[in-house]
Design a protein around this ligand. Structure first.
Ligand SMILES: *Cc1c(COP(=O)(O)O)cnc(C)c1O
Length: 445
């Protein structure tokens, strides 16, 4: 009996890492987001790209390469023409590499609309969801609670997607001016609710909506959660595009990934499984060091997160650990072979920002600086390595002006695509932190 052969001739299915929920198709995995057993969805089979793909990869454009990877990974789940449109629409900005020197390279993932790598995931997820909403014929409502950052990527990702209405809940007075503008000025199918409360209130209100069976009968609702598989998949593309750009040097690659919820590095591991040659991954984290401890000791102890300067990585219980463990047969010894882990405190992070600025005249955001430290430690511990060290730059430094400017004593320009929102008029509906207010709002739409 060959189960594998059966699988390859059929559409790709997705299983839960906890294996207590039934396998599903892509539509359900994406629209549901989380399996009922609280695991995370993974593709049933991650096959290597066909022979020759990596040999001639440098002849493909970034969107074309991404399309071929998506087609291979999703294996007939979405018709070719539709998938091509989805991928070309999502991957419509570049991920250039800056060569600091022979060893250190920076992969700039912040050239999308919200200036962070999360744009890749948000844009792809929006288009996949739009595709399924179109075939269902019923408006799909996406409810998002945000503390600021994710909301911007999600809002611009979904902007103008037919069949989808996005409702963003954010805590009044607790997001920065530009973050608020990203949530409240786009118009079209993006609505903002300014909640007189905290981020936790916003999250609770969204959760209540999902638990409200009556409401769900009336409305087709879904979330744009960060652990949605559709956000992970497109992140594998830029690792492989990096290989295409650096291949001609003929030296192996090490990726250092500033990590919080460990989605970004998981995407790299998926790319590796699809055949991308990688010498090592470095999981670089801030003082929230549960993964580093896990890798070193084999014991995983979630903690309450602590606040740091790289606050998008302040995660005390990284949800994607389940996916990593699953990819490595739940053996920490296997994980250790591919992934090194290091953690750095705020003082070290600011020191790294200064060092990189002095040495290379390059400005890093605090998250990227943690990635730099991870890479530096790797080279110190592996002096014989001839690798090209690729640091993933996860956000543009202008997103963290309050840290970058005083640390480096410079003025950082805000890219026009963000700065132009400054003069736009904010449109938001103020609500009390009660579920009944969210419900009334949805019913009024
Ligand atoms: C989200 C985020 C991270 C962490 O990425 P994970 O996929 O959660 O590990 C790092 N840097 C920035 C700027 C982010 O926004």
């Amino acid at each position: 009996m060959s189960y594998v052969l059966c699988l390859t001739s059929e559409k790709m299915h997705f299983y839960s890492t906890k294996r207590k929920s039934p396998n599903t198709d892509l539509k359900e995995a994406v629209l549901r987001g989380l399996p009922q057993d609280n695991g995370l969805y993974m593709p049933e089979l991650i096959r290597s790209m066909p022979d020759g793909f990596f040999d001639s990869i440098d002849q493909l454009s970034f969107p074309e390469m991404s399309y071929q990877l998506a087609k291979h990974l999703l294996n007939g789940t979405i018709a070719d023409e539709a998938l091509k449109e989805i991928v070309y629409g999502a991957v419509n900005f570049d991920a250039p590499i800056v060569h600091l020197d022979k060893q250190y390279k920076v992969l700039e993932l912040f050239h999308g609309p919200s200036l962070a790598f999360k744009d890749f995931g948000a844009r792809f997820m929006a288009r996949i969801m739009g595709h399924f909403a179109k075939t269902s014929g019923k408006t799909l409502y996406i409810l998002v609670a945000t503390s600021g950052d994710t909301g911007g990527a999600v809002a611009s990702g979904f902007l103008g997607t037919p069949g989808i209405e996005v409702v963003i809940l954010y805590p009044k007075g607790k997001v920065s001016l530009l973050q608020e503008k990203q949530l409240t000025t786009l118009g079209q199918n993006i609505q903002a609710l300014e909640v007189e409360g905290t981020f936790d209130d916003c999250q609770r209100m969204v959760k209540s909506a999902f638990l409200d069976k009556k409401l769900r009968k009336k409305f087709n609702i879904s979330s744009a959660n960060s652990i949605n598989l559709a956000r992970l998949i497109p992140q594998a593309f830029y690792y492989i595009n990096t290989f295409a750009q650096l291949k001609k040097a003929g030296r192996p690659l090490v990726f250092s990934v500033p990590s919080g919820n460990f989605g970004n590095i998981t995407a790299g591991l998926i790319a590796h499984k699809m055949g991308l040659p990688v010498e090592r991954f470095v999981a670089a984290s801030n003082s929230n060091d549960v993964f580093t401890t896990y890798r070193d000791t084999g014991v995983f102890l979630p903690k309450t997160s602590v606040r740091t300067h790289s606050n998008a990585m302040d995660v005390g219980n990284p949800s994607n650990l389940q996916r990593i463990q699953d990819l490595y047969g739940n053996e920490v010894a296997n994980i250790r072979e591919d992934i090194i882990a290091h953690s750095f405190n705020d003082e070290q992070t600011l020191g790294a920002m200064k060092e990189v600025h002095q040495k290379y005249d390059y400005v890093m955001c605090p998250h990227t600086a943690v990635g730099y430290l991870g890479m530096k430690t790797y080279f110190e511990q592996n002096p014989e390595s001839d690798a090209q060290g690729v640091i993933l730059a996860t956000a543009h430094p202008s997103k963290f002006l309050d840290i970058v400017e005083p640390t480096l004593k410079i003025k950082v320009d805000i890219p026009e695509r963000l700065n132009c929102l400054r003069d736009r008029k904010k449109v938001a509906t103020e609500v009390k932190p009660e579920y009944s207010e969210l419900k009334a709002y949805l019913e009024s739409l």
